[in-house]
Design a binder for this molecule. Sequence first.
Ligand SMILES: Nc1nc2c(ncn2[C@@H]2O[C@H](COP(=O)(O)OP(=O)(O)OP(=O)(O)O)[C@@H](O)[C@H]2O)c(=O)[nH]1
Ligand SMILES: [Mg+2]
Length: 455
Amino acid sequence: MHRGAATNLVSELGNGETIAAISTAVGEGAIAIIRISGDAALEIADRIFRGKSRPADFQSHTQHLGQIIFDGTPIDQAMLAVHRAPSSYTGEDLVEISCHGGMLASARVLEACLQAGARSARPGEFTERAYFNRKIDLTQAEAVIDVIRAQTDLALRSATEQLSGRLGDQFRNLREQLIEILAHVEAAIDFPEEGISPDSIEVVRGRLVSAVARIQDLLATAETGRILREGLRVVIFGPTNAGKSSLLNRLLGFDRAIVSETHGTTRDTIEEPIHLRGIALRLLDTAGLRSPESRIEEEGIARTQRTLATADLRVRVLDGSVARPSDFATGADELLILNKSDLPEHEDWKSTPAIRISCKTGAGLDKFESEIFQRIGGEKLNAEHPLAINARHCVHLQRAAAACDQALRAIDEQATTEMFAADLREALQMFDELLGGGDEDAVRDAIFSQFCIGK
Ligand SMILES: Nc1nc2c(ncn2[C@@H]2O[C@H](COP(=O)(O)OP(=O)(O)OP(=O)(O)O)[C@@H](O)[C@H]2O)c(=O)[nH]1
Ligand SMILES: [Mg+2]
């Protein structure tokens, strides 16, 4: 095939609306997968594939061995599978080519697809098409990103639950409840002479109250969602030489930070990811707090303060074998740790409630981990079906709850039925947007732009 022919093919195939991309990660691997999706996917496959039969004749969901041809020459041996519309990931005709995983081989196969009339897919465009073809709702599309990014089993389980549509189902149920209530109310607007009987007002009120309660239940999972998706920032801080870096190293299981008996060893903030009982955390070790003895140390301590300001959980570590500092104080939201429990405890600490650990022997670390787990609501995270909303869901649900509350006030203040209906419609609108109604460009910007190319 000649390069010059490509532009003609693109217009012939409907403005290049058939897309192609390498769907596997960049780099060397055993295989790479190139996907083609759109009306012309089979035609394009026919142009670049030589095997026993033509892809257009393949049965859906079967794989066939052949060669990929580019500029008239074979470039790689590959397996090609055809998934016919609508039974494919995108809901369109979809072709998957599994070729050798070298960078060059996969790039050449993609080039062959483009030359044969496909255009390069934008990030997330395959999933975007699945969404616009109604294969999945917006919460499921979001779950695809969560599955890809999941770092712990728990995060993965939660994302898989969402991908299966369970969160979408909950939103749909709530939406249907609101529609029912609205239908009731609109009937009263259409037949004002009949009005709404006091009895049915009570029924409507009761349903609305239970809808709000369910919205609040979902909102209560927002924090869990944030922890699962982003990981929690746990900052270790306290006076110099208390054993902060020793604690970081202990929890990591390797010597990440320098430990020494010299006060002021750590100057910079050190951040490392860890998994604690299935939860992803970001653990931060900081420069010890004291009157700085140099400009560098002063900067280190300033960094400690800035890091503390962004902490989800602060862990104050002190040396239990020495006297209590005269300026000692703890904040209510901190975890207080007395380290060096292998040494005799200084009497100043006798009545201080704290978790006593030894980074040297490992004593007390179990208790410390349990306490962190409890503080971040780990029990909730371990529920059998860990559904947890994301930031976008949170904003919409908050607005829906506010609109429902407003509607309840409208009932109580005996406002006009129209006002009540307007509040309900606003709440409904929120659920439409949650599931993916409304502005297509906004959806594209907010969700699919976060994907990688080829997904
Ligand atoms: N006996 C005993 N010594 C410990 C323990 N934990 C730490 N140390 C010692 O205490 C000293 C200070 O430890 P680091 O971890 O460097 O303390 P730090 O809080 O990071 O100190 P700075 O970075 O200077 O702020 C080192 O000599 C450690 O070996 C412990 O549990 N028991
Ligand atoms: Mg240190």
